[in-house]
Design a protein around this ligand. Structure first.
Ligand SMILES: NC(=O)c1ccc[n+]([C@@H]2O[C@H](COP(=O)([O-])OP(=O)(O)OC[C@H]3O[C@@H](n4cnc5c(N)ncnc54)[C@H](O)[C@@H]3O)[C@@H](O)[C@H]2O)c1
Ligand SMILES: N[C@@H](CCC=O)C(=O)O
Length: 515
């Protein structure tokens, strides 16, 4: 009997024993850094001449690891391997596939701090963020395993006398999984195991900033008993390997999470029918956000300030859910802005491996340069209230930055910055605040801070986002509790960690028999 699903608790680092255990994990993983990880194709480890080097964004001299880099030829081999393995894997009892996920979840839980420590080094996650990322990875395994058990007999439908009708879900085929680097463990693991548990086989191309944590996860699935060829691990360039996998005629499903530009490119390419292709490709594409915290005039100001700070600066604003816009009623605008400034100035920025660092680095030089150039745009378009400085001499550090008085149509209020920058816009009334919140091409998350019930009711209908939060921050969705996915150009609204997610990975089949 499978226990009911509950999300993995977060570690309380104020407890001395937890703090010590985490420090030990950081020390142990530090000793392991620099190892090389090969591709995995058809159960075989393959070393290539070319490598991707993963470095610590807080200390660019520290090599976290290297991974072999695939090319088109190896991508082809990986697809063929997944296609061959599909014939057997699709017939596995769904419960056995689910149990494999539960075993993998146990392995990770036992080594939880070790995985979180890798996240600290590989993508610069502060302790709490790393711990939450690992917990979410465990959650996806536990949740999707249970979801598959629920769906394994299909769903009930009606039958007439003398007739038996069944409605079942069948596996899709070869799934190409392309995750981002920011929820480097959780999204990579969740998007990999969802097709696996439904009976598809997978070619996973990890993000180039986080290939090591992905390699460690692949090892866990092997240890849990995944047969060869069912999961193939092929790091490589997006343009070369990514395009090749997306275009491949045997690719049946693409699960992408990342930027709007790459997501829309994938959707377009996947729609192109290739020679030898006799099916339509299913595409799940979860993309960017430009997320807003709306503050009403009747609102608890401390709640509002907390929500803005956590939403904007958690993991240095590098979440698709990050609240990079604050739209505040004119009556409380100055007060909220002043308090956000004070709080932002108290946040600690530093090497994420140190305890109590609130904000680590941003992920790489490209991200650093892009965010710093947006800060220059912000100075032109609005008023710099605090922050604005960066330092990339050792790692990629940027101060928590607050801009005020932005036009809702300005670039700063329209484009995804993906860094520790929040921009304030003043609204005359609540209706205008919601209009402003809706005026971007994205529709991922949003928060409303208000004590006015009517206003919250209005937001339910009129605030057009996939994940809407009241009187809290707009980040940190929990698997099974807040299914996650966005509207508009934020994606296909697949609602990862939700009850409908697995069905998107399968084909429903109706079987009708007359007696
Ligand atoms: N909506 C969500 O659930 C969600 C979650 C996390 C991140 N994101 C978004 O992801 C972005 C940040 O992540 P990122 O920088 O890794 O995004 P990205 O789009 O640059 O890369 C995502 C993945 O696509 C791969 N890729 C690049 N070019 C490709 C191509 N031509 N074909 C196939 N794959 C290709 C990358 O190697 C990576 O693995 C932000 O926009 C963020 O909002 C969205
Ligand atoms: N699901 C995560 C965001 C994922 C994107 O980065 C959250 O809810 O904060």
């Amino acid at each position: 009997m499978v226990q009911p699903y509950k999300h993995e608790p977060f570690t309380d680092f104020t407890m001395e024993e937890n703090k010590k255990a985490f420090e030990e994990a950081l020390a142990q993983v530090k000793e392991e850094l620099g190892q090389h990880h090969d591709l995995l194709i058809d159960g075989e480890r393959i070393r290539t001449g070319q490598t991707i080097t993963s470095t610590n964004p807080a200390n660019t001299k520290q090599v976290v690891g290297t991974v072999s880099k695939a090319n088109e030829e190896l991508a082809e081999k990986a697809v063929q391997s997944a296609a061959n393995a599909f014939e057997d894997w699709r017939k596995w009892d769904p419960r056995a596939r689910a149990e494999l996920l539960f075993r993998a979840a146990h392995i990770i839980r036992r080594r939880k701090h070790e995985f979180s420590a890798y996240l600290v080094y590989e993508v610069g996650k502060p302790w709490k963020e790393a711990d939450a990322d690992t917990a979410e990875a465990i959650d996806f395994l536990e949740y999707y395993g249970r979801q598959m058990i629920e769906l394994k007999e299909g769903k009930p439908i009606e039958s007439r006398p003398g007739e038996q009708n069944r409605y079942i879900y069948t596996p899709t085929g070869v799934a190409v999984v392309i995750p981002p680097w920011n929820l480097a463990f959780a999204i990579m693991a969740g998007t990999t195991v969802a097709p696996l548990v439904t009976g598809s086989t997978v070619v996973m191309k990890p993000a180039s900033n986080s290939p090591v944590i992905a390699a460690k996860f692949v090892e866990v699935l092997e240890e849990a008993g995944l047969p060869k060829g069912v999961l193939n691990y092929v790091p490589g360039s997006g343009g070369e390997v990514g395009d090749y996998l997306v275009d491949h005629p045997k690719t049946a499903l693409i699960s992408f999470t990342g930027s709007r530009d790459i997501g829309t490119r994938i959707i377009k390419r996947a729609a192109e029918i290739q020679e030898g292709q006799n099916h339509l490709k299913q595409v799940i594409a979860e993309m960017g956000g430009k997320d807003t915290v709306v503050v009403d005039k009747e609102a608890n100001i401390e709640t509002a300030v907390d929500a803005i700070i956590v939403s904007a600066f958690g993991f240095s604003g590098q979440k698709c859910s990050s609240g990079s816009r604050a739209v505040v009623h004119e009556d409380v605008y100055d007060e909220v802005l002043e308090k956000v400034k004070e709080r932002a100035e108290q946040l600690t920025v530093g090497n994420a491996s140190e305890e109590n660092v609130y904000m680590g680095p941003v992920v790489d030089q490209g991200a650093y340069d892009k965010i710093m150039s947006y800060i220059e745009v912000g100075k032109e378009e609005g008023r710099l209230v605090t922050g604005g400085k960066g330092d990339d001499s050792k790692g990629y550090f940027i101060e928590p930055t607050v801009f005020a008085d932005l036009d809702p149509e300005s670039r700063m209020q329209q484009e995804e910055i993906f860094g520790p920058v929040v921009c304030f816009t003043k609204a005359k009334n609540f209706d205008e605040a919601i209009d402003i919140a809706n005026n971007t091409e994205y529709g991922l998350t949003g928060a409303v801070i208000s004590d006015n019930r009517q206003h919250l009711e209005k937001a339910k209908y009129d605030f057009h986002v996939g994940n809407l939060y009241f009187n809290r921050n707009c980040t940190g969705a929990i698997v099974g509790y807040q299914p996650f996915g966005g509207f508009k150009m934020s994606g296909t609204d697949s609602k990862a960690g939700g009850p409908d997610y697995l069905a998107l990975h399968m084909q429903a089949k109706t079987i009708s028999e007359m007696f």
